[in-house]
Design a protein around this ligand. Structure first.
Ligand SMILES: [Zn+2]
Length: 416
């Protein structure tokens, strides 16, 4: 019954905020505000109210017999033409957890959070609200951001009552909470659970990322007159490195601890059919849950690029784009999550998360765990995004169990 009510609410939200092309809850825009208005009504029905922090994150507090707090939630914003479950599942399931605990008051305080602008779909900065609350947002790095219509982030924020220079105040507000756990239910957005034919998984943490540009420099030359042995072909060095990176990912992957390497951008110069490429730039994105494995993959990629450069008589240079360390979830909460998933499904698969989530921003500040729901065909950020009904119900039931277990765990924890 609880799970069915969550699904009915999700359908209602989707009907209200989607077009034939999918969900349109783009952060800071009118449809997103309407989704939040709808949610405010749902919260009002159980006698609670929304409070907005300095970063535009919405909070609902259900006071318990203790100030020790369990935070539950996700995000209501979507990408344009997005799916009905990405983000919304975690918020609406959290609402059901509040409904179940309204009376009698729970032994610990429950706070629901709807993070603002998780997707970063409009201004290119993901996890905006949660990174502000975590204190990791660098406001000067986002000050000049514009959307494709030329509206600045600062303007879009102010339309929503948020001042960029005050966003980090939300960090003080978060620190004032006696937070003992953060729980987030989210759709997997990938094909792994489907391939295992499992509805639900325990998430172990979010991948660390090493993202770099590699620039290979050889010599542009005439394609007709330059013998193969005398070429300094920058593209071939890049191609050889790319193939090696696939082997590096294979070599470092273990069952249950997959890693990935992706070359997503390839640019050659002079880009002429009759010229040997003198310059080739590729992007390399490497991800792993284990920091040592990620460091080893990075070293291996360097060695592979040096070897490919030597083989092709070209030079190679590395330029960092971005990096983040792996964010591992809390061992005790992972255990509770396993219990909840196993009790509901008979099994508890454990997965890392490839995408980042708001939960990753909470890891330095409190114990965190996430639960994943099965993604049909591994699809997300599109209108086809779905979880089969029976799997969705099972997952929601497992999540509600996790919330109850966590409330008990936090209530009974000895003071540290
Ligand atoms: Zn999401």
């Amino acid at each position: 019954m609880h799970a069915q009510r969550v699904i009915a609410d999700l359908r209602e939200l989707a009907a209200r905020t989607s077009t034939d092309d999918g969900a349109q809850r783009l952060a800071w825009g009118p449809v997103w505000r309407d989704a939040r208005e709808w949610f405010k009504g749902k919260v009002g029905e159980i006698g609670l109210r929304i409070e907005t922090d300095s970063a535009g994150n919405n909070w609902v507090t259900l006071p318990g017999r203790s100030a020790k707090t369990v935070i539950i939630g996700s995000h209501l914003d979507s990408v344009p033409n997005g799916g009905w479950l990405d983000g919304a599942l975690g918020v609406v399931a959290a609402l059901e957890a509040l409904r179940m605990n309204v009376s009698p008051p729970p032994p610990v305080t429950l706070k629901l959070v709807d993070w603002a602008d998780e997707e970063g779909a409009r201004f290119g900065r993901s996890l905006l609200g949660s990174s502000a609350a975590a204190g990791s947002l660098k406001v000067d790095e986002v000050r000049e951001l514009k959307d494709r219509h030329g509206t600045t982030l600062v303007e879009a924020l102010s339309e929503n009552g948020v001042t960029l220079d005050r966003m980090l105040d939300s960090h003080l507000e978060l620190k004032a909470i006696d937070a003992r756990a953060y729980l987030e239910l989210h759709i997997e957005q990938g094909p792994v659970l489907e391939s295992m034919q499992k509805p639900t998984a325990v998430v172990l943490g979010t991948f660390g990322v090493e993202r770099n540009t590699l620039r290979f420099t050889g010599q542009a030359a005439h394609s007709g007159s330059t013998p193969i042995a005398m070429r300094r072909d920058a593209f071939l060095a890049a191609a050889q490195t790319s193939l090696e990176c696939r082997e590096i990912a294979r070599r470092h992957s273990k069952p249950g601890a997959g890693v990935v390497c992706t070359v997503g951008v390839v640019n050659v110069e002079p880009k002429i059919v009759t010229a040997v490429p003198g310059v080739c730039e590729i992007s390399l994105d490497q991800r792993a849950l284990d920091a040592e494995v990620l460091a080893a993959m990075f070293r291996d990629a360097h060695a592979a690029a040096d070897r490919a450069a030597g083989d092709n008589n070209v030079a190679v240079e590395w330029r960092p784009i971005w990096r983040i360390e792996p964010r591992l979830f809390d061992a005790s909460l992972v255990r509770l999550c396993e219990e909840a998933v196993r009790e509901e499904t008979g099994d508890a698969p454990r997965l890392p998360s490839g995408p980042l989530h708001d939960a990753a921003e909470m890891v330095p500040h409190m114990p965190v765990v996430m639960m994943f729901a099965y993604s049909s065909n591994g699809l997300s950020h599109c209108k086809e995004e779905d979880t089969p009904g029976a799997h969705l119900e099972t997952t929601i039931r497992a999540y509600l169990r996790l919330v109850e277990k966590t409330i008990g765990h936090v209530a009974n924890a000895q003071p540290v």
